[in-house]
Write a protein that binds this ligand. Sequence first.
Ligand SMILES: Cc1ncc(COP(=O)(O)O)c(C=O)c1O
Length: 412
Amino acid sequence: MELRLTEVVEHLRAAQADSGEPLCAYVYDLEGLRRHAAGVAASLPQGCELFYAIKANSDLPILQTLAPLVDGFEVSSGGELAWVREHFSDVPVIFSGPGKLDSELDAALERRVDCLHVESLFELQRLAERVQRHGKPQDVLLRMNVALDNLAETTLMMGGKPTPFGIPSLELPECLAWLRGHPEIGLRGFHFHLLSHQLDAQAHLRMLAACLEQVRQWCDQYRLSIEHVNVGGGIGINYRDPARQFDWAGFSGALPALMQRSGLAGVRLRFELGRYLSAACGYYAMQVIDIKRSYGKTFVVGRGGSHHFRTPHAQGHSHPFHVIPVDDWPHAFARPAAANEAVSVVGQLCTPKDLLAFDAVVERVRCNDLVVFSYAGAYAWHISHHDFLRHPHPRQWYLPVQEDAHAAVERA
Ligand SMILES: Cc1ncc(COP(=O)(O)O)c(C=O)c1O
């Protein structure tokens, strides 16, 4: 999935040569993103829709690259909704997330949200109040938390067990009865986002099949006529073994049969993918400041750290990286280096938790070389604690899509 590492490295080398001090930067490969997202969109069969969950990375150049390729954006807060509407007046938006405020429900009604994903009966009741004040109807999907037989768990589960997300199946009859008395709220279908970090395409297909079967039973039992089933996001990135990624081709190739078997003729299947769309386009680069040995372990200290790039700590993994040699060495004394050994890559924070990679065997890494972490385009900068220790923020570059003749654009 790292389609254009060479272009990213060229850009970083040039930026490093120009930089007066050790470099620390995010580089986003928008052309790589465009190609990847276009491939995902094209692989989906008729009857499927692709939304981008912007929480993964809501930077404007990322959204601008994706907007023409997806059916719309999924937002999970009033802030995300305002950001999208400020820049995209017409893109279809769907609004998920627990704990929506009344003001966020109002904003959803004012800013023409296509569909709200409702998390509880109480949220439905509050929405009905807002809808009456606004005087126009609103479509919803009910976000369901279903306990499925043989649901293969991943490292991050949002459903299939007690969680704050969605409506437990047992509460569905009460919600449906309430909805029958409130025609101003249109039940367009059901929403599921049961897990994240799914790496097994077959397990994901089994889960989707079980969700669709559950929806079919509800439709039969309660005589519902629906238009959409949103099956969420959750496709993972294999950070631990980047050569073995989710088998997207196998997954998308099996969707037509799965939809046919579901017995839900005419019902559209919506995906709202975050990580799988944007992770691979992002790179986080740190220039090596020091290399130290401590009681048998080797530490590579880079400019920056988990306050910029929290993904490895958040997921508890050693993040994959490349070492890009920088031959320039301005000092008269020997250059610290490590070769053919396992290293830990750490940042500048005063905590042992500032650990980005560990037990990573390197051929060679020297002070001043660049360590470039791949798969840093989703849940990376946006989930990090930027101001801890008040180190400067990293540079942020966006390598343009190829039709665009401009040089890389740096964000102010
Ligand atoms: C409701 C919902 N939809 C979609 C997503 C996107 O998930 P992912 O980035 O794993 O595709 C999330 C992420 O947590 C979510 O909570």
